[in-house]
Ligand binder design. Structure first.
Ligand code: NDP
Ligand code: MG
Ligand code: MG
Length: 341
């Protein structure tokens, strides 16, 4: 059984007695910074000169410095820029501002696991990774609840890195829900696998292919959208509440029987083999290298794929339908369409 920590296992005063820099003020950055501040922690934000995020952080009443200034001032530095720029930001603005006894924190192990960031001697390297999008991390905290976190220690220079990480997790709320101990390797590989094989990659393409099969067979796209995309949320909510079993308990007997006889035809043994191949590419660094090499090339492949996928016909149907119905609720930061990113 994995080790799980709760409020009573963490001492908030540890992080309250440190000074924290949050580097980046995006999805995770804003949530960590605001939750820590509400927990009585001394927080400053580090952003690049001319950053688009500066106005937002300042509007939230936070002190914004350059990354180098923030890293110099603080002794716990949580790096929450996108993974693909962390190594550059670390080399240019963080590394030389670290002192012995400082700690660098991550919310995902990518750069440590694949060796893009190497911490200097005497510095703790730890992870506090909320298992949910940043906007949910903030919303749940404000509601008195929390998104569960993972914690991991890669380098325990101080001998107290785990206590520090747990204290940080308490500051952002995570110990209210439960904090599971893991390693950088396990978190990184399983996180990449989950998002690629199931949550994002697998799900998106399952939905797209379901939509294609129905519309190519002559069914109306609006009907297809409801059947393969819109209802997904209702199904997933049930799975989160009570596992696959609760979902099967709630659906009709017809749907449940169809799950048993047709599910394995769709997600057959080949799908499992494909997933195993995806996992191998994650474990041996092939995926990380492809991602980082493309980023060094200006993200050419990434942008091409983004624009190709966004032109899938299901998106057009969805945009029309969502504008006609009242269920849609968007996050303040999100605008539809690539151009707005
Ligand atoms: P975002 O893309 O939301 O964050 C972008 C932020 O980083 C912005 O404030 C941006 O500023 C800033 N930034 C970008 N480039 C630089 C730079 N060169 N120097 C300084 N600041 C920069 O990131 P996420 O919150 O999605 O991800 C952060 C980390 O959290 C990653 O390690 C990710 O894997 C992890 N994570 C993310 C989750 C999520 O919910 N998204 C879930 C769990 C973990 P500007 O406005 O100027 O561009
Ligand atoms: Mg991830
Ligand atoms: Mg139905």
């Amino acid at each position: 059984m994995a080790k799980i920590y709760y409020n009573d296992d963490a001492d908030l005063s540890i992080i309250q007695n440190r000074s924290v820099a949050i580097i980046g003020y995006g999805s995770q950055g804003h949530a960590h910074a605001l939750n820590l501040r509400d927990s009585g922690v001394d927080v400053r934000i580090g952003l690049a000169e001319g950053s688009k995020s500066r106005a937002k952080a300042e509007a939230h009443g936070l002190r914004v410095l350059t990354v180098a200034e923030a890293a110099k001032e603080a002794d716990v530095i949580m790096i929450l820029t996108p993974d693909q720029v962390q190594a550059k930001v670390f080399e240019e603005s963080i590394k030389d501002n670290l002192d012995e006894g400082d700690a660098i924190f991550f919310a995902h192990g990518f750069n440590i696991r694949f060796g893009y960031i190497k911490a200097p001697e005497g510095v703790d390297v730890a992870m506090v990774a909320p298992k949910g999008p940043g906007h949910t991390v903030r919303r749940e905290f404000e509601a008195g609840r929390a998104v569960p976190d993972l914690v991991a220690v890669e380098v325990d220079a101080s001998g107290k890195a785990l206590e520090l990480a747990l204290s940080y997790a308490k500051g952002i709320g995570g110990t209210r829900a439960g904090v599971i101990e893991t390693t950088f390797t396990e978190e990184t590989e399983s996180d990449l696998f989950g998002e690629q094989a199931v949550l994002c990659g697998g799900m998106s393409h399952l939905v797209q292919q379901g939509f294609e099969v129905l519309t190519e067979a002559g069914y109306q796209p609006e009907i297809a959208y409801f059947e393969v995309l819109h209802e997904l949320k209702l199904i997933v909510d049930l799975m989160v509440e009570g596992g696959i079993a609760k979902q099967r308990w709630s659906i009709s007997d017809t749907a449940e029987y169809g799950d048993y006889v047709s599910g394995p035809r769709v997600a057959d043994a080949h799908v499992k083999e494909n997933m195993q191949a995806v996992l191998k590419d994650i474990q041996d660094g092939t995926f990380a290298k492809r991602f980082m090499d493309d980023q060094s090339n200006g993200g050419k492949e990434f942008k091409e794929l983004r624009s190709k996928e966004e032109s899938h016909p299901i998106e057009e149907t969805g945009r029309e339908l969502r504008s006609l119905f009242a269920w849609e609720q968007t996050d303040e930061d999100y605008t539809e369409g690539t151009a707005a990113r």
